[in-house]
Design a protein around this ligand. Structure first.
Ligand SMILES: [Zn+2]
Length: 406
């Protein structure tokens, strides 16, 4: 800043409001004074914004370029222009536009951060991950409170499977938030901790992996994959009792995810020669929740294997009313019906129950972006959010509206 600035400040102080307003209005850029109001008053600027609102990007670019030229190329308009090129898919042009802004002398710290943020988005859009990481990191260094840059960094680290870096970034984000938002942060940190544990497991480091799964559970007592993985490690190390207690904790804390541990628990119980424990567990879950169809399915399978196919079939019919689109139920019913030599009264009951049911092959749906999946996913492959999948249940034939239950 040159002597003119000092002179202006002095004049503003001496002459008061009038000059003060003029001081706000003019700004030194690239060594020359530009009139900011002139840019905003230009009809091209207004037209450009109108086209933007109407989502007409090409005419918006044209008008804003004219406005920028008329007003001495202010930084703000060129930032927007670069972003518009990116939106159009012209990433090279966007990068060019934003990089040119970095060359300008006398950029203030926040202006510098804003340009780098836009540039980071360009790089990310173009798939230049390393350069995007570098740009966003620099934004956070210049502007430590920039949440947008931090979230982008976290997602990029996740994409690269750099779980410890993603974890550190989530901690930074959490540190800036009030207590009522901490549970959601804890929930995400638990998933990241679980991923770090899985990496340790891949390297064959069982003890470290188990510690990671433990701390995931401490962060969020409802983190289902951490229980499953911790139990698997304990089971692999020969500690069946510890594995069973870990999986049973999953059943206790998150009964709606209990089914994920069914196969593991059933075989562990039989290894412990505790044969009544699995049906007891299923019955407890069925009693606790009227909508529990998976425990009915599991119990039916157990009963069929132990000579009680008819009792099992009744459970499958109940489950089919709760969730007519579950393929596993139909398969279970046909298996049991043929085991019972297809008694016509039971076949008829089945066809009545299945009549008019709507079938979906991909019943899991992301509540954030509506992405559909055949299996339960912990992170959405489309919007990259954690723990957003619910099972879409189709009510029996009478109801026409699909209902979402979590
Ligand atoms: Zn999603």
């Amino acid at each position: 800043m040159g002597p003119y600035v000092t002179l202006f400040v002095l004049l503003a102080l001496l002459a008061g409001l009038t000059v003060g307003k003029a001081w706000e209005r003019y700004k030194l850029q690239d060594g020359r004074w530009i009139d900011r109001r002139r840019a905003l008053e230009s009809p091209h600027y207004m037209l450009g914004l109108n086209f933007l609102v109407a989502n007409q990007i090409d005419p918006a670019i044209e008008e804003l370029s004219t406005a920028a030229e008329a007003a001495g190329d202010p930084l703000e308009i060129h930032l927007i222009l670069g972003n518009l090129y990116r939106e159009k898919g012209q990433v090279g042009r966007a990068i060019q536009e934003h990089q040119a802004l970095l060359q300008r002398p006398h950029l203030r710290k926040l202006e510098h951060a804003n340009v780098l943020l836009c540039l980071g988005l360009d790089y990310k859009h173009g798939g230049f991950v390393d350069r995007a990481l570098e740009a966003f990191s620099e934004v956070v260094r210049l502007d430590p409170g920039n949440r947008y840059a931090m979230s982008n960094l976290e997602k990029l680290y996740e994409e690269q499977h750099q779980w410890p870096d993603a974890y550190a970034m989530r901690q930074k984000l959490a540190a800036r938030d009030p207590p009522d938002q901490q549970p959601r942060h804890q929930e995400i940190l638990a998933f990241l901790e679980n991923e770090i544990g899985l990496e340790a497991l891949k390297r064959g480091e069982h003890v470290q992996a188990a510690q990671r799964f433990q701390s995931a559970i401490e962060l969020d007592a409802k983190n289902a994959p951490a229980y499953l993985n911790l139990g698997d490690v304990q089971f692999a190390q020969g500690d069946v009792v510890a594995a069973v207690s870990t999986w049973e904790r999953l059943v206790g804390t998150t009964p709606e995810r209990a089914y994920l541990a069914f196969t593991r628990l059933e075989s562990a119980y039989s290894q412990m020669n505790d044969l009544s424990r699995f049906p007891t567990l299923c019955r407890r879950l069925i009693a606790a929740s009227a909508q529990e169809w998976r425990a009915r399915l599991a119990l039916a399978g157990y009963l069929a294997a132990h000579g009680q196919a008819s009792e099992g079939l009744e459970l499958l019919f109940e489950a089919l009313v709760i969730n007519p689109h579950a393929l596993a139920l139909h398969q279970g019913i046909w298996r049991t019906l043929s085991q019972l030599k297809l008694p016509s009264s039971l076949v008829e009951r089945y066809t009545d129950l299945a009549h008019d049911a709507i079938f979906y092959v991909d019943p899991h749906i992301c509540v954030r972006c509506r992405y559909r999946s055949t299996e339960l996913l912990w992170q959405c492959p489309h919007c990259h959010e954690w723990n957003t999948f619910v099972e879409e249940r189709i009510a029996p034939a009478k109801d026409t509206e699909a209902t979402l239950t979590s």
